[in-house]
Design a protein around this ligand. Structure first.
Ligand SMILES: [Cu+2]
Length: 289
């Protein structure tokens, strides 16, 4: 019976390793290929850490299996070994993880800086936010600057963000961004804490009430298929912070579009928003009559 339990407990780590090895091939892995340059780098970090923890996992499971196997084969009158511990071992398994942790901490700094520290990103490209996204229970409200908003220097941007204008363009759950460009959006929350999560772009950022948080990214659509019906590349946007009963409903999309299509989209939005229900043609007709 002892041997059975020994084999039983050694069997499951092996199953875990086999499943992990199969996962990438079976598409049980990342939520699709990364479609942003920073996402590729984040995946690289993930894989590096995965390799390190896999080595540790295999090592500890072998040690665990060895102890079980020895215990299963103990003779009837054999006495158990009692030890007060080993200083050398304590030092080794304290120093080694510290070194590994320190290595990871230093190694990831560059990617983290690119992801979160604006000064490392191309300043000119992201000096103006293209949109403001406000998370609220349970939707994403999106605001683009209206056609009258003139961006000249930073003061105007602050002004735009602080003072919503009636001419600004508003949508819900549909964020359009230009593709292949570094874009900046400003994230806010209208009520509780939410999290802006675009799995395929590897972007996840909490929206915190009372603060405006900048997010910058670049959608390169490397593996994404063009969607003719929306004239762009569509990515799922979800909330990754349990924010209330309707948390599951906070599904939206980010649409990356080529420059011209993006401009057309904004023009179309403007047209729809300022349509007073009386078309220009019918005005003319009335005049003619
Ligand atoms: Cu939520």
């Amino acid at each position: 019976m002892k041997k059975f339990w020994c084999l039983f407990f050694m069997f499951w780590p092996i199953v875990a390793l086999v499943v992990c090895a199969m996962a990438p091939g079976m598409n049980w892995w990342f939520p699709g290929e990364s479609n942003s340059p920073i996402g590729v780098e984040i995946d690289g970090l993930f894989n590096l850490i995965l390799i390190i923890v896999t080595i540790v996992f295999i090592g500890t499971q072998i040690a665990f299996g060895y102890v079980l196997w020895k215990g299963a084969h103990i003779q009837k009158n054999e006495k158990a070994l009692y030890t007060h511990g080993s200083h050398n071992l304590e030092i080794i398994w304290t120093v080694l993880p510290c070194v590994v942790m320190l290595f990871i901490a230093l190694y990831q700094m560059e990617v983290w800086a690119k992801f979160r520290v604006q000064s490392t990103f191309d300043q000119d490209a992201v000096s103006q936010p293209i949109a403001e996204v406000t998370a609220r229970q349970f939707e994403w409200r999106i605001r683009y600057p209206g056609p009258d908003t003139k961006f000249e220097g930073k003061a105007d941007i602050t002004d735009w963000l602080k003072n919503p204008r009636p001419t600004d363009l508003y949508t819900v759950n549909d964020l359009h961004v230009p593709a292949g460009k570094n874009v900046l959006i400003h994230l806010r929350s209208g009520d509780v804490q939410h999290s802006f999560f675009v799995p395929e772009l590897r972007i996840k950022q909490d929206a915190v009430p009372g603060t405006v948080i900048p997010i910058w990214f670049n959608v390169d659509n490397k593996t994404k298929k063009y969607d003719e019906s929306i004239k762009g590349f569509s990515y799922e946007l979800v909330c990754a912070e349990l924010c209330g009963w309707g948390h599951y409903k906070m599904q939206a999309r980010v649409v990356a579009q080529l420059e011209d299509e993006y401009k057309n989209y904004l023009l179309q939005l403007q047209k729809e928003q300022f349509d007073d229900g009386v078309s220009a043609e019918s005005d003319d007709d009335e005049e003619e009559e």
